[in-house]
Write a protein that binds this ligand. Structure first.
Ligand code: SAM
Ligand code: SF4
Length: 331
């Protein structure tokens, strides 16, 4: 069934959905979670696979084309490949992708590839074991790199993107090793500016190492040429002028891309969020479990999307950090 496209109150067409499949995580990244973890949701509070599939099917009828599964750490959700297999059968979707910390990829790469996953992003903040540990509070770099190797065996899972959060006084030293890594492996490395979604609410503007600063560090050694950019793409992507490889910069703080934002998020417990920084969210789980029809759910989604924020206010006076951390939203 085809429904009217999802348009927000600022005339943006919504075509990208991020679904968080769990709030749990096996890492404790400094910029995302407290060392002791968070109070996890109970099992009954999170959407079942069937509930997720129902929402995704409905939203796909309304024009969602790209679906990304995230968390928390999505691979700690039991039987995730079973969900992937169900979602890749939704006819309107062009792509079903996954963002993961990679710890369980060695175990799951074959099952994910077999389930029809389109591609994945793996988060790695440093290629040096001690610095990886400092950032994630887990001594897991070798395990994550084995996961990347496992993915490399499936050529249809391309491009593989490696995401690194950039923090001032830390990531300057990561720029050149990651550039080398991108040149050697064919994985597209992307630096993401640190956003105020950390559990400790310790974010300050001076901790943001901008994409442009990193680009300059790399360009001085390996000249870069910018590639054309899709309007709703979050990253500015460059290729190395003298050889293989690409490197990208996601700059939500220094160069917000809100005017082209086409994204919608569904949290693990079924709340619809129209912006990473929303102070307001819309419950879908209640209506779903109370027996709402697809038409009723459609109206709830449309009303929420209509109110999608024009832009985020990070860095502006009066900005308030949302209570949810990145791990509880689904980055
Ligand atoms: N656990 C998976 C992972 O780390 O890839 C998926 C969920 S994680 C919340 C999604 C992405 O958000 C990761 O690339 C992570 O590095 C990024 N992220 C988390 N907290 C962030 C923050 N405060 N600022 C910028 N990016 C952040
Ligand atoms: Fe876990 Fe991902 Fe957050 Fe790190 S960024 S703590 S891996 S959810």
């Amino acid at each position: 069934m085809v429904r009217e496209p999802l348009i927000d109150g600022h005339d943006r067409r919504i075509s990208d959905l991020r679904v968080s499949v769990t709030d749990r995580c096996n890492f404790r990244c400094q910029y995302c979670m407290p060392a002791e973890g968070l109070a996890w949701l109970d099992r009954g509070e999170i959407l079942s696979f069937e509930e997720i599939e129902r929402v995704v099917r409905l939203l796909a009828e309304m024009g969602i084309e790209d679906l990304r599964l995230t968390g928390g750490e999505p691979l700690v959700r039991r039987e995730l490949p079973r969900l992937v297999a169900a979602l890749t059968k939704v006819p309107e979707l062009h792509e079903v992708s996954l963002t993961t910390n990679g710890y369980l990829l060695e175990r799951d790469a074959a099952a994910l590839a077999g389930a029809g996953l389109s591609r994945l992003n793996v988060s790695i903040d440093s290629l040096q074991r001690d610095r990886f540990y400092a950032m994630t509070r887990r001594d897991a770099l070798p395990q994550v790199l084995r996961g990347l190797d496992a993915v490399a065996a499936y050529p249809h899972l391309r491009p593989v993107k490696v995401n690194a959060v950039a923090l001032r006084d830390f990531s300057e030293l990561e720029a050149l090793p990651f550039a080398q890594f991108a040149r050697e492996t064919g994985f597209q490395v992307r630096f993401i500016e640190f956003m105020p979604l950390d559990a400790d609410s310790a974010w300050t503007p001076d901790q943001v190492l901008t994409g442009e600063e990193l680009r300059q560090i790399i360009h001085a050694v390996h000249p870069l040429e910018e590639l054309p950019r899709e309007p709703s793409a979050t990253a500015r992507v460059f290729r190395f002028a003298d050889g293989e490889g690409e490197i990208g910069f996601v700059n939500p703080v220094s160069e917000p891309f809100c005017s082209d934002c086409n994204r919608l998020r569904l949290t693990a417990e079924g709340k619809l969020r129209t912006c990473l920084f929303s102070m307001h969210e819309t419950d879908l789980r209640g209506p779903l479990r109370a027996g709402a029809s697809d038409d009723e759910l459609e109206q709830i989604v449309r009303d929420a999307v209509w109110r999608k924020e024009l832009k985020h206010r990070v860095g502006e006076p009066g900005f308030r950090q949302p209570a949810r951390t990145m791990s509880a939203i689904g980055g």
